[in-house]
Write a protein of this length. Structure first.
Length: 268
């Protein structure tokens, strides 16, 4: 992957987060907030920090946090952030929370290794579909918390997450997977007319994994992401978790590393 592609991931991710929210620029840094979802850090983000003065960062970040107004706000340290800037961020009192691998696929996905179970993929359209997405989101949050050894995050966190997804549905398409008459997974895709498209938030219920549900959701979402003309397609995965290997086996290649920083122990 080229350095150009790596740096492009930072701009496209910031644009993706801003969907359904608000954006402001302070001292060259881009602030993104969604007042409807203060508990969810992924949509209350500071990006594009540049500099080497930790005291200046403290002042600027305090102003940024005041504008964002969310307890779970994060700083995104993407591939364009210099090591000097990241060091100053650490000295300003911020600590890394999650390391992400940003991966892209520019050609066809690898074919499945075996014949998958029959899966019906359909768009999330009505209230019943959103209720199902809520239930699957909650399962995913609970599973993630158990794996990390944390207490379950509050139900309000899941409600706010769903609210953010619904607010973004004018731009992002959401998909449910059904096997044997039962919904068991979801994914999303953001088609764009040029540049890079995005797929995100793959989840398959634990009892349906290993049977091709995730692969078929991925194929459907990637095809939709490319439908307006954009290519390559970007997906992000936790560097410490197995989905990065799932994506890699299907043709995605690592393009960049990004870290999320938080000021305290908030989770979102």
């Amino acid at each position: 992957m080229t350095e150009h592609v790596a740096r492009a991931t930072e701009d496209i991710i910031a644009e993706f987060w801003a969907l359904g929210g608000e954006t402001r620029v302070i001292n060259g840094a881009r602030l993104i907030r969604n007042r409807e979802v203060p508990l969810v850090g992924r949509w209350n983000v500071i990006t594009g920090l540049v500099g080497d003065d930790s005291d200046q960062f403290r002042r600027m970040l305090a102003e940024a946090l005041d504008w964002i107004g969310a307890p779970a706000a994060r700083v995104y340290a993407g591939p364009a952030m210099s090591r000097v800037t990241e060091a100053a961020l650490l000295f300003a009192g911020w600590r890394p929370r999650t390391t992400m691998v940003e991966m892209v696929v520019a050609g066809p996905l690898a074919p499945p290794r075996r014949t998958p179970d029959p899966v019906a993929v359909r768009p999330v359209e009505d209230d019943a579909d959103w209720d199902m997405l809520h239930a699957l989101l909650r399962l995913g949050h609970e599973e993630e918390d158990r794996a990390e050894g944390h207490p379950p995050r509050p139900e309000e966190y899941t409600r706010q997450s769903l609210r953010a997804h619904r607010m973004r549905s004018a731009y992002v398409n959401y998909w449910l997977a059904r096997v044997a008459g039962e919904d068991c997974g979801f994914f999303s895709s953001w088609p764009r007319p040029e540049g890079m498209a995005v797929v995100e938030d793959l989840y398959v219920r634990a009892d349906r994994r290993g049977r091709g549900v995730g692969s078929q959701l991925l194929r459907h979402a990637v095809a939709d992401a490319r439908s307006a003309g954009a290519d390559p397609v970007l997906v992000r995965a936790d560097a410490a978790d197995w989905p990065k290997d799932f994506y890699h086996r299907r043709g995605f290649r690592p393009a960049a590393v990004a870290r999320y920083y938080e000021l305290a122990a908030e989770r979102g």
